[in-house]
Write a protein that binds this ligand. Sequence first.
Ligand code: AMP
Ligand code: MG
Length: 334
Amino acid sequence: MTTLRLTSSHDDLARAAEILCAGGLVAIPTETVYGLAVRADDADAVARLYVAKDRPADNPLIVHVADVDAVLSVAREVTPLARDLLARFAPGPLTLVLPARDDVPDAVTAGLDTVAVRIPDHPVALALLHLAGVPLAAPSANRSTRPSPTRVEHVLADLDGRIDAVVDGGPTRVGLESTVVDARGVVPIVLREGGVTHEMLGVTGVAEARTSAHRSPGTRHRHYAPALPVHLAEPGTGPGVAVALVAELGGPVGLIAVRASGALEPLTATDVTVLAVPRDAAELGAEMFTLLRAAESRGVAAVVVEAVAEEGIGRAVMDRLRRAADATAPTSAS
Ligand code: AMP
Ligand code: MG
């Protein structure tokens, strides 16, 4: 299959919507990461999406809809909590888990009786939802286990020849996936950290403690792994950790350090390649997947990334970094 490259021009979006309506697979920009979209009401098309991504069958998909009313095209019920969250955060990087309607294909929900749904905050994604006129299931447009795609090049690196088309919308703004929240009860329960923070949700105390026990199915899987080991270093210790790793591995090591100034103190070690110096967790989050993919072609044997505080967007950043480090550790299974 040849993957058609489309722009976000009116004609190209009309073409993308046609392909989607016919059951095709189209990668589209959203504010979080690129999504691989397929009509959510077509079980065969959804099955092809799992094959294209090599996605484990027990990892359900997020359904994207154009507006609050359309949430009811896949959810049996919009709880008062869900209404409140939609009023505050939609469109945006927040996914709600709600009771699923019976007509949502099992392939979308991985057989669960709940469905994950969100309204993306991106003009191209919203235009395509309006043009296609059906809900679109859209997981991240990467091969399973790889870092999520924040640019069209990442989509093509993983999926060229495996999907029908990709729509270029430039780099994505948030760079991290949506926050997944169980909205069936009276308080939001965070199932996956993401672009909407605990602080924004007002999740504290008891509700927060409940998050670790109730993870999204997808958080069990190997994920976010570039083709080289990722090492997490305590804040400010990246250069020292990188130098030690150069000695241990006998080869050059990449470094992503976090400094409020955006600049790193001069390094004496010549075998440490500074990949980036983001100023804070938000900057690191926006660039992280791009940097991890770019590191693969920089001739380094490993990447050291400095940790950020587990607050605000830092929580989602640390979740992804830990999982990238675990997935690339020498002892990691598969
Ligand atoms: P992705 O779109 O690739 O970022 O992955 C979607 C995430 O949403 C995965 O972590 C899924 O496990 C999670 N998800 C999708 N549907 C549900 C659901 N019904 N209940 C809980 N988590 C879900
Ligand atoms: Mg994903």
